[in-house]
Design a binder for this molecule. Structure first.
Ligand code: IPE
Ligand code: IPE
Ligand code: MG
Length: 236
């Protein structure tokens, strides 16, 4: 079975660059190229939603030069790739705390969402200045602001206020770069996702690496808290 929704922590850009004696930002640039190519591979395999972690709430702790380089990369990415993605049927959604990013970055987000709003082949959600805790908190704040009574605040109601309300929960979570942690990505939405970790550094994550992850996913037995269905056939 192909997952409907794949969520990826695109980690390892810095180490990829370091191995090549290049600045970390070069790794981020190649990482963006890898993402643009991967979107197509995902669409070809029937994946409907791809959600990627591009900048976490905690990534502000990096040196100023790297933070501003990552912000600039949003502008470069939109200038370089938006048209191509739009032509390939990709719908882009940006999620994260808009309040802390510059007006130029916000405009680039709006432009990419508006340009691709009518596309239906695959939805690419980019989590930027995103944190799973921020997401849960902002959903609660929005619900309270609407005047939701405490007893009306159900899981479904809250889910409709979360940043990924436009997508089903991820079926498959992938983290490249070898670290075995979630790093404050989709804390609410990963409740029943299958996890796949690989040492592959993000700029090297290509179609073959994606297929390895999809093959691992296909072998998983998802029970959602239930019991495995009884085996069928003679003798069972
Ligand atoms: C992930 O790559 C991309 C972002 C966090 C923006 P890193 O920059 O974390 O790369 P490593 O983990 O240092 O190799
Ligand atoms: C997670 O990677 C964030 C993104 C990929 C955007 P980090 O490299 O920031 O995570 P930690 O610091 O190793 O947990
Ligand atoms: Mg990292």
């Amino acid at each position: 079975m192909v997952p409907r929704h794949v969520a990826i922590v695109m980690d390892g850009n810095g180490r990829w660059a370091k191995k090549r004696f290049m600045p970390r930002l070069v790794g981020h640039k190649f990482g963006m190229d890898a993402l643009v190519q991967l979107v197509d591979h995902c669409a070809e395999r029937g994946i409907e939603f791809l959600t990627v972690y591009a900048f976490s709430s905690e990534n502000w702790r990096r040196p100023d030069e790297e933070v501003s380089g990552l912000m600039d990369l949003v502008l470069v990415g939109v200038a370089k790739y938006l048209q191509r993605l739009a032509e390939r049927g990709v719908r882009i959604r940006m999620v994260g705390d808009r309040s802390a990013v510059s007006e130029r970055v916000r405009q680039a987000w709006d432009q990419s969402e508006q340009t691709t709003a009518h596309n239906t082949r695959i939805t690419l959600t980019v989590a930027f200045n995103y944190g799973g805790r921020w997401d849960i908190l902002q959903a609660c704040q929005r619900a309270l602001r609407e005047g939701t009574a405490p007893e009306a605040l159900t899981e479904d109601h809250l889910a409709r206020h979360m940043a990924l309300a436009h997508a089903p929960d991820p079926d498959l979570f992938i983290r490249t770069g070898g670290e075995l942690r979630v790093s404050n990505f989709l804390l609410w939405q990963l409740a029943y996702s299958e996890f796949y970790f690989t040492d592959c550094l993000w700029p090297d994550f290509n179609a073959a690496e994606l297929d390895k992850a999809l093959a691992a996913f296909a072998g998983r037995d998802r029970r959602f808290g239930g019991v495995a269905p009884a085996a069928t056939g003679a003798g069972s």
